[in-house]
Each structure stands twice: as structure tokens, then as C-alpha cells.
Design a protein around this ligand. Sequence first.
Ligand SMILES: Cc1cc2nc3c(=O)[nH]c(=O)nc-3n(C[C@H](O)[C@H](O)[C@H](O)COP(=O)(O)OP(=O)(O)OC[C@H]3O[C@@H](n4cnc5c(N)ncnc54)[C@H](O)[C@@H]3O)c2cc1C
Ligand code: SF4
Ligand code: SF4
Length: 367
Amino acid sequence: MVVEELNKGPEQLKNEVIAGGWCVSCGACVELCPYIKAVKDRVAVVHSCGLNSGHCYAVCPRTFTDYNKLAPDYENSQTDGAIGSYMSITQARATEQKIKELGQYGGVVSALLIESMGNNEAKEVLLTDYDGIYPRWLIGRNSEDILSSAGSKYAVCPGLSGLNQALRKDIEQIDIVGRPCQVVALRKMINYSEVEGREKVGLIIGLFCFWGLDYSIYDYLKQEYNITRIDKADIPKDAGLTVSTDQGTITLSLEETRSFIRSGCYSCVDSTSELADISVGSTELDPKWCTVIVRTKKGEDVLNKAIDSGLIETKPYPDELKTALSESALNKKKRVLGNETDDEGPAINSSYLKITESAARLIGMEG
Ligand SMILES: Cc1cc2nc3c(=O)[nH]c(=O)nc-3n(C[C@H](O)[C@H](O)[C@H](O)COP(=O)(O)OP(=O)(O)OC[C@H]3O[C@@H](n4cnc5c(N)ncnc54)[C@H](O)[C@@H]3O)c2cc1C
Ligand code: SF4
Ligand code: SF4
């Protein structure tokens, strides 16, 4: 059921979100109808359908977003204002050498996807791969696809446009890996829209994300370093971006990297995919392990199955890591809700947000 605030159409999406510079290229509105398209990370309403109300506006993570109403079915979870509700938090990594090598950190996302996919040919998974130097979405059908897409592409690829196409096909289920903004769009699609095929959305794996880069970074790398291929990228702690390419390893300073942050990311309060079934990020301690936050029963089941089948191993999560993660997540919320923009940074928009009551209490404001 669409809530009143979301009862608007593509003209408002164009004027309020895209023209305002808030679009974070999640792709949720793209290909929902023939009139919204993406070229690389640029999203445009190419023709007006004239409707005053549309799914495109309702699913956008930069239109009215109430975290209290979008929450999935939590079971036995504890409420946490900084990182969202969760059942458990642990360190984990894949056990197979190939997954460890190809994965960004512990290869946990790839291992979970392989576990969830099993041998079911009627199942698909939404992935993000490289097309030369630019990230692009890919619909995976087997573990080879999952492994060839392993590794983080630190940019705002409009992957959910691939989901919109996949949902119209004759498939049983599609699992999704997404950035927090994409997970919000998915929950809005499930809760507030009548998008065809939305019941086929399966496991939602959310990544941690503190910012995403604009595709102009790839144009810059191409121009400055003549690269034609990217093999891997990383954001080492307190540093910028390291990119392994066909022209060798290129390192950008933090300052240089920050100049390519997508402007809409400055208005994002969610760094741990609070609405996912299971969220995965780095540990900031050991690059061979991941932080895994289990949020729903669905997330718990897939992690347990992967442990039982020997695909994933876990170890306890130290208190000091949890404290550091909560602090970073809370700081991101405070910056946005307090409109703490720096002089050179883009404007911040928090007017679309209704954060969880527990987050509001932590920050000392009304939800
Ligand atoms: C833009 C971005 C910013 C991030 N920032 C942080 C951060 O600040 N701190 C932190 O702890 N972790 C961050 N992460 C998450 C981290 O980089 C790893 O993705 C996560 O730890 C999972 O590691 P893994 O080894 O299990 O992943 P893998 O097993 O290698 O799987 C990674 C999965 O991510 C998908 N993917 C890759 N790029 C994208 C993308 N742009 N959009 C959507 N899906 C994608 C791939 O399809 C693949 O399935 C970020 C990820 C992205 C994409
Ligand atoms: S944020 Fe997503 S849904 Fe909103 S305009 Fe951009 S691509 Fe479309
Ligand atoms: S910072 Fe937020 S809006 Fe930007 S890519 Fe990450 S989750 Fe999306």
C-alpha cells in the first residue's frame, strides 16, 4: 500500500530527486517502465507518461523513507539505533581457497550466494561486475557467475534496473546483493508498490557502505592512466582508493577519492544495510575476514546452512569492533541529520527521512 507522501509520479521524481542531485543511482526506478533509462550511472526520465502517481517515485530511496515502517520481519532481534536491529553479529570468512582469493575480504557474500543458489536452475542472483572499467549489473545463474563478479566496485552502479527486467521473466526467485540504498529501495518495492514479480525477491544481502563513487572516477582513471581494465579495487583504512589495472596499481589519496563521491551519498544515513536479511562488511582489523550482521530468520538460515556445509567459518565478534562499528554508523547519521556539510561538500538533504525510534533516541532527536 502506497503511503500518502509517496503518491507522486515521474515528474516529481525528476524535479525533486534527479534534478536536485540526490539520485544515488540505485536503479530501482530504471526500466520499471519504458520511460526511465540509465546510461552508465546517469538516470533520466526520458519521456513523461503524465501519471501523477507511480512506482518509480514510491520505490526511490531518496523520496519519503520511514525506517520504522520498512523493517523486515525481525525475530528474536535486538534493537540497535546505530547499526539497526539484529539477531547476531560475528566475524566470518569463506573456507574455499578460490572464494577467498576472489572475494573482496572474506568472500562471505559470494559463499552465501553459492549456498543460497544451490543447484536450483530456477533461481537467479543480482550481481555487480565490470564491463571493461565500468561497473555493470549482471544476472547470475550459477557459482561461476557469482565468483566472476566477486569483489567490490566502489561506485553507484544502477543494478536494480537489472532486477526490474529479471522480475518480468519466468523465474522462481532472485537473490540480491546491494548497497544500503538499494536495500531500502527493495523494501519500498516490497512494502509500498505493486511492481510486477516483487514476490520473487529472495534473500537480500546488504553491503556496508559509507560512500559510493560517481562513474566520473573511471573517466578520470582512463584519461590520466590510460587503463582499459580494472581487476580489483580497495579502500584501505584511512586511505583513498587503490585500483589494480592493466596499467599497474594506481593509488588515489583520500582527498582525491573524496572529490568523486556521489553527491547524493552525503545525504545517506544507512551504512550497514539495516533493512537487509544479512549485512556484510569489512572488519577493519583483518582483511581476510568479514563482519556479518544477521538480521532476519532468512539471513540466519542461509548463514547456518553455509556453516553446516563447510562453506563458511565464523569466530566471535570482539566488543571493541562492535563499539567502533557503532560509532562510525552513528557518526554518519549525525552528520546527515545535523546537516553537517563541510564548506566544499554538496548540500545535505535529510527532509526525506524518518529514522528508527532507537536511532532518534541515540542521537537525541525525534524520529
Ligand atoms: C560502494 C561500496 C562501498 C563500500 N564501503 C564499505 C565501507 O566503507 N566499509 C566496509 O566495511 N565495507 C564497505 N563495502 C563492502 C565491502 O567492500 C565488501 O563488499 C563486503 O565486505 C563483502 O565482502 P566479501 O569478501 O564478502 O565480498 P565478495 O564475496 O567479494 O562479494 C562482493 C559482492 O558485492 C557485489 N558488488 C560489488 N560492487 C557492488 C556495487 N557497487 N553495488 C552493489 N553490489 C556490488 C558483487 O556482485 C559481489 O557479489 C562497500 C561496498 C561497496 C560496493
Ligand atoms: S535514487 Fe534510485 S530510484 Fe531514485 S532516482 Fe536515482 S535511480 Fe531512481
Ligand atoms: S553511501 Fe548510501 S547512498 Fe551512497 S552508495 Fe552507499 S548506501 Fe548508497
